[in-house]
Design a binder for this molecule. Structure first.
Ligand SMILES: [Ca+2]
Ligand SMILES: [Ca+2]
Length: 237
């Protein structure tokens, strides 16, 4: 037998022997796993030359607020319902500010002066009614309607900017811009804001010619505008 034939036969035997084939397969798999691990380690190293965690910083988000107010006065007669509209335009909001919330105060008194006995307070109902203005209509913190029969002030409010509560908080982020990204959407709270007011007159238990059948109602609308402030307070540990 020539030497070349001998090697060839040995190789043929090696690859046809089941145990040898299993051994070859085992080495192949092991090699593939090691190679994958090396490639993965290299690619991760290239993608993040620095430790990921040290790139994050802690920022404090605080809000500076300014109120834009509207006032109106209504004289309603017994059983009357009136819708008052307030136009909130972009030009009324301070530069760089966004609308966080709209608050409403409805106040009245019994203005009738009777000579005999008392004229009790009338009943007033107030409601923020749905319109096209972009507000958080379903927010749990809203008070969309309320009433009084004792001349107490009626307070209503509706959230304008999603999740705005005016409270400061800390956030981990890459930089000042990404830290305040949640507070940059324009358009909330701009448009026609509608308020419905109803009056039901309560008259004196002692009917006299002094009884009235109307009331004067004051409405104050406060548009809570905010400007977001970002301050770096440290590195994440
Ligand atoms: Ca009355
Ligand atoms: Ca009255």
């Amino acid at each position: 037998m020539e030497e070349g034939q001998g090697i060839s036969d040995t190789a043929k035997y090696f690859f046809t022997d089941p145990e040898s084939r299993l051994l070859t397969l085992g080495f192949g798999v092991l090699f593939a796993v090691i190679l994958s691990k090396i490639i993965l380690d290299l690619s991760v190293f290239n993608r993040t030359p620095h430790d990921d965690v040290t790139d994050w910083e802690i920022y404090e988000i605080t809000f500076e607020e300014q109120l834009v107010t509207f006032e109106d006065e209504l004289i309603l007669s017994d059983g009357q319902t009136e819708v008052v509209s307030f136009e909130i335009s972009e030009s009324q909001i301070p530069d760089g500010f966004l609308v966080g919330e709209i608050q409403v105060s409805i106040s009245y008194d019994e203005t009738n002066v009777v000579l005999v006995g008392d004229d009790p307070c009338d009943t007033v109902q107030g409601s923020i009614i749905f319109s096209e203005i972009e507000l958080q209509w379903d927010d749990d913190n809203n008070t969309l309607s309320g009433g009084s029969n004792s001349c107490e002030e009626i307070q209503l409010n509706i959230r304008s900017y999603p999740n705005y509560d005016g409270l400061s908080y800390e956030v981990e982020s890459y930089n000042e811009v990404t830290a305040s990204i949640d507070w940059t959407t324009l358009g909330y709270g701009i448009g026609t804001f509608d308020l419905q007011v109803d009056l039901e007159v309560q008259q004196s238990q002692v009917p006299t010619e002094d009884d009235d059948d109307s009331e004067t109602i004051q409405i104050a609308v406060s548009v809570v505008c905010f400007n977001v402030l970002v301050q770096e307070v440290g590195l994440t540990s």
